[in-house]
Design a protein around this ligand. Structure first.
Ligand code: ACM
Ligand code: ZN
Length: 553
């Protein structure tokens, strides 16, 4: 008897993807983020160690794309695929240029006679290769000496919706090594994300070498003690009872990470916190503070009232010196200057800050922070860069050229977009990947502990429900240039835990960022099951809370 199920399977195998909906059946071909257009066709291509990659065009990063393809191919075949330039050939992976495509867009056609990729840049080719990896049967990825792998025939046309598709990694509260940062970069690239926002300085640690100010890392990268993850600094604070650090990256290591990311078409956006979240810098150079007292690198989480003093000209000299070195290390057009959670208490009592307010005709301390922002933005602009700040920078006024990163919900981003500022949406309601994701503590020990300071519960479906355009008119939507998941690490001390918090929720953000219009949570969670196998192949840790709690595992 030919059953309904038979037809359903046939349909799945032959036809396009979009409609898997609530069946929860794993389709034969899945790509995440979901391509804008994908048709699964009859047949397959036999990828062999002898398959050539023929480049019909080159640009300065094409080798990065082909190197990535060979990073995939070598563990399959035990050998690399040969790359040559020339005219398209039967039986090859042919790369040709279509100037009409956007920088990150690609077309990918897999058929019995070969694989054709069209793109306008190597960035698009890289994404075609990322897609290709997902088409390879997972069990073949590490086979070592395969003679051939079957790649299902597909026709894909794909391009991203948002320009900035990012993940923020806080390596200040807990430090993570260069290799671990590279692994986060690999995970982001796998999902066609293109920005790593690297949170490099905070109260609890200064983690980037600055040649002109060696004490920033000599003193600022060590704290005497640390608050135990899962405890609250005002409620049930417990301390580890041991020093933490020195932990920081040398400038050579920073360059290494920036290059590693760039080779994977990811721009690293550095964040240097100005003027709040600066206690580690104040501990190294107390004259940066309002009182000049002996500050100590903060050992507990939460917000400090000890902030940098914008009353003194020497503080601006420090910021500009630091940023000069940062600009030399990071080619990113955008530089993040923090700007969040800066209490005014010290400024209110500081003669230098009050004198600055008077001399500049400022109304109050809010405008003093705006004064800081404007000066720092001018410095960045004078050096050919643009400024991003957390949404607090809206208070006291923001220049029209600043990009606002909306984190206290979306309201800051909505206000900024309405005012004509560009916005990156990373509301804590949907994008704070340090919030727990599982309901059942016994399933996720110790990762799912409820924390009094971060009581939010942020399951996968809530992350996926992110609508960066919520409450914006079509005209205002143009100002939303991106989306981002943020991983703060006060309560995340191990790299296993980092991965568990990122996967799969970061992927939900990647899909919103890539294919906003094609969002479909049922399809996403069904297709994700295959990705989990891919994560297994690469040894990535991930959370299965969604599937377990919904009886879908
Ligand atoms: C933030 O979470 N303080 C940006
Ligand atoms: Zn001051």
């Amino acid at each position: 008897m030919i059953t309904k199920r038979f037809f359903s399977l046939l349909f799945t195998a032959l036809i396009a993807t979009a409609a898997h909906g609530a069946t929860n059946e794993e389709p034969a071909v899945t790509v995440i983020p979901q391509p804008v257009k994908m048709t699964v066709e009859k047949g397959h291509f036999d990828l062999k160690p002898s398959t050539a990659v023929i480049l019909g065009f080159e640009d300065e990063k094409m080798e990065c794309a082909t190197d990535f393809l060979n990073e995939v191919a070598e563990p399959i075949f035990g050998t690399k695929l040969k790359v040559a330039t020339g005219k398209t050939k039967k039986g090859a992976i042919n790369i040709t240029r279509d100037e009409s495509l956007g920088e990150e867009a690609y077309r990918l056609e897999v058929g019995n006679k070969g694989i054709n990729i069209e793109a306008s840049t190597s960035h698009g080719v890289f994404y075609a290769f990322q897609t290709l990896r997902q088409l390879i049967p997972v069990e073949m990825l590490k086979s070592g000496n395969a003679k051939s792998v079957e790649i299902p025939a597909v026709a894909i046309e794909d391009k991203p919706h948002f320009w900035h598709r990012g993940v923020m990694f806080d390596i200040c509260r807990h430090f993570f090594t260069v290799d671990q940062v590279k692994e986060v970069i690999d995970m982001a690239a796998m999902h066609k994300m293109n920005r790593l926002h690297w949170h490099l300085t905070d109260d609890q640690g200064w983690r980037i070498e600055i040649k002109k100010y060696p004490k920033l890392t000599e003193i600022g990268s060590v704290r005497e003690d640390s608050q135990v993850p899962g405890t609250h600094h005002q409620v049930n604070c417990k301390m580890e009872g041991k020093p933490y650090g020195p932990y920081f990256y040398t400038q050579d290591q920073i360059r290494e990470v920036v290059k590693y990311a760039a080779d994977r078409f990811i721009t690293v956006v550095p964040e240097i916190e100005i003027p709040g979240h600066s206690v580690a810098a104040l501990a190294a150079y107390p004259e940066l503070g309002c009182t000049g007292e002996q500050y100590k690198v903060r050992t507990i989480w939460g917000i400090s009232e000890e902030v940098a003093c914008p009353g003194k000209e020497s503080t601006f000299k420090f910021w500009e010196d630091v940023l000069s070195e940062v600009l030399d290390l990071f080619p990113s057009e955008y530089i993040h200057i923090g700007g969040d959670e800066c209490p005014r208490v010290a400024w209110e009592k500081c003669p230098a800050c009050q004198a600055r307010i008077k001399a500049e005709g400022l109304q109050n301390e809010d405008e003093l922070q705006t004064y800081v922002n404007h000066r720092i933005e001018k410095f960045l602009n004078d050096h050919g860069r643009k400024m991003i700040g957390w949404d607090e920078i809206l208070k006291g006024g923001v220049s029209p050229t600043t990009t606002v990163m909306s984190w206290r919900g979306s309201k800051g981003g909505i206000a900024a977009a309405k005012a004509g500022n560009t916005v990156i949406m990373t509301p804590n309601t949907h994008c704070y990947l340090d919030y727990p994701q599982g309901k059942d503590k016994t399933i996720e020990p110790p990762f799912g502990e409820r924390r009094p300071d971060r009581p939010h519960y942020l399951p996968l479906e809530k992350v996926y429900a992110l609508d960066p355009y919520d409450q914006l008119t079509e005209d205002e939507q143009k100002y939303v240039i991106g989306v981002q998941g943020n991983l703060w690490t006060e309560h995340i001390a191990t790299f296993d835990h980092v991965q568990y918090m990122l996967l799969p929720r970061m992927v939900a953000i990647a899909e919103v960022g890539w294919n906003y219009e094609g969002k479909d949570f049922d399809r996403f969670t069904t297709n994700m099951k295959r990705m989990l196998k891919l994560y297994d192949a690469y040894g990535y840790k991930y959370a299965v809370s969604y599937w377990r709690e919904n009886g879908k595992l």
